[in-house]
Ligand binder design. Structure first.
Ligand code: MN
Length: 315
């Protein structure tokens, strides 16, 4: 997916972890990506990073009889990984390496942009007529951000089972269960499913900061009900997270990692460190350099937004 709001996300994104456990609820901000309504949970002015996670959109659930509710034309990325995870429905990825993969139930699409890649994401021609999913970005640490672009797909991801529920581990490690997906810094990303009227205890790494985003059903934390599509920032220092499922049970996304410790600059679809890098990446996209062509997509690519002085003129 593409971030189409150039100005508001252009500020430097500083890692500001809470060293002790807190619960800070931040409802998703309604906006849209290429016409698809989404709730943006990261970055927000109140919180830019959770570990290396720097971007999180939640979309759906929706049903459709025809057309493509998801249709994001070719656009470039640098300095990040994109994580596409569907609870319902199907999204086809095509990229400038010539690789294609359909994310769907239980199938993770993971793209490493590194020094530069272009991709498109659209509703699959053969589809279930439903769509509910998450689009996330992971910032690459300085030492890895010039890595070669890559795309990988994972199905049959490992599952951590506990009394009262389970967690599918997409990235990193949770409770001794490790995802095979490629990660570049200490991280966790997991799809948590809690059984109805049961308590679920998730083991956490105390040196990570974490956040939880409820996606379906209902659950409580410390006796308080949690709202769907709200980012609950949890801070560092938690050895475990105790969730109480209500009568429907629940589904939630757990994200976290070691505090990133590097200040990043996000502009459009780029994660960089300096204004000069952003200008160079934008120039390369506009000139048809570096990123290649997404040959499998039928239609024009997305032009870069105008480069306003503000995003790049600040130190
Ligand atoms: Mn994208």
């Amino acid at each position: 997916m593409s971030n189409l709001s150039p100005v508001e996300d252009a500020e430097p994104c500083v890692s500001e972890p809470s060293s002790s456990p807190i619960v800070e609820g931040l409802p998703g901000r309604l906006t849209d990506v290429a016409g698809l309504p989404i709730r943006r949970l990261l970055p927000r002015s109140q919180r830019r990073l959770v570990g290396p996670w720097c971007f999180l959109d939640s979309y759906g659930p929706l049903t459709f009889a025809s057309g493509k509710p998801m249709d994001v034309a070719p656009h470039p990325h640098i300095g990040l990984q994109t994580v596409s995870w569907l609870l319902e429905g199907e999204v086809v990825h095509n990229d400038s390496l010539g690789l294609q993969g359909t994310a769907g139930h239980g199938v993770l699409n993971l793209m490493t942009a590194g020094r530069g890649i272009a991709h498109a994401e659209e509703t699959a021609p053969q589809n279930t007529g439903r769509l509910r999913g998450l689009q996330l970005w992971v910032a690459l640490p300085g030492a890895s951000r010039e890595t070669a672009p890559a795309f990988e797909q994972h199905r049959g991801l490992p599952v951590m089972r506990r009394e009262g529920g389970r967690a599918t581990v997409l990235l990193g490690e949770l409770g001794g269960v490790r995802s095979p997906a490629r990660a570049f810094s200490p991280i966790v990303g997991a799809d948590v499913a809690g059984e109805p009227d049961r308590q679920l205890v998730l083991p956490l790494a105390p040196d990570f900061e974490h956040a939880l985003v409820p996606l379906q059903g209902g659950c409580r934390l410390d006796g308080a009900p949690l709202a769907i599509d709200t980012l609950y920032y949890l801070g560092c220092g938690r050895p475990e997270l105790v969730l109480e499922g209500d009568a429907q049970g629940f589904r939630a996304f757990l994200l976290g990692g070691a505090p990133f410790g590097e200040t990043i600059r996000m502009w459009w679809n780029f994660v960089a460190r300096t204004p000069e890098e952003i200008v160079a990446a934008r120039d390369d996209w506009e000139a048809g350099r570096r990123f290649g062509t997404v040959a499998a997509y039928a239609g024009p690519r997305i032009p870069a937004p105008a480069l306003k002085a503000r995003p790049v003129a600040r130190p």
